[in-house]
Write a protein that binds this ligand. Structure first.
Ligand code: VGL
Ligand code: ZN
Length: 197
């Protein structure tokens, strides 16, 4: 069983959004067109409470895109984004959400960010997605969405480590690419055994 995992195609990651990824909206229609080729379609949704610890605004004197130390390790501080129930947290209006079997929300824990669809950024707290996939007999994953170097990257590496056969369609992803993060992500995904297409 082969699932399409669509990562964070939300307004705040598209042009005009709070954490806009260049060209983020260009991938929406081709992702819709791809959905019919899979046994299952799963969408993830970045879903933060107001005042989330990953927001620069929650750390006095810190600007967006600066680094900080969290109890679980280094963390990029982001502009406020994908606040639960806000228009920015909604999926891009053209994304065919009706095709999804599962919508998985992540990043709801105020103290821990969650780039990956499998584990929060402490790399131990599970989201439950692994169990969902295994109990449905899904062993192959193709990942698309936003952003290549953060949530797609962390999700793909975790999935490969968990033993899923993972492909990332880079043509259907767009990157934030800060300080060489895209090249580092590509190297990390390749090292983890992710097929980059
Ligand atoms: C993401 C930064 C913060 C992503 C989410 O979806 O890649 N990046 N939250
Ligand atoms: Zn986020």
């Amino acid at each position: 069983m082969h699932a399409l995992l669509v990562i964070d195609v939300q307004n705040d990651f598209c042009p005009g959004g709070a954490l806009a990824v260049a060209g983020g909206d260009e991938i929406v229609q081709p992702i819709n067109a791809l959905m019919a080729d899979f046994d299952a379609v799963i969408l993830t949704q970045d879903w933060h409470p107001a005042g989330h610890s990953s927001f620069a605004s929650s750390h006095e004197g810190k600007a967006p895109f600066a680094m900080t130390e969290m109890p679980y390790g280094p963390q990029v501080l982001w502009p406020d984004h994908c606040i639960q129930g806000s228009p920015g947290a909604a999926f891009h209006t053209a994304l065919e959400t009706d095709r999804a079997d599962l919508i998985l929300r992540k990043g709801y824990n105020p103290a821990i960010d969650s780039y990956s669809a499998f584990f929060e950024n402490d790399q131990t707290t599970p989201t439950g997605l692994e169990g969902y996939l295994r109990t449905r007999g899904i062993d192959r994953l193709t990942l698309v969405g936003l952003a290549t170097d953060f949530c797609v990257n962390f999700s793909a590496v975790d999935a490969a480590r968990l033993g899923f056969a993972v492909t990332v369609r880079q043509d259907l992803c767009r990157a934030i690419d800060m300080d060489g993060s895209l090249a580092a992500a590509q190297q990390g995904m390749q090292a983890a055994g992710v097929a980059l297409r």
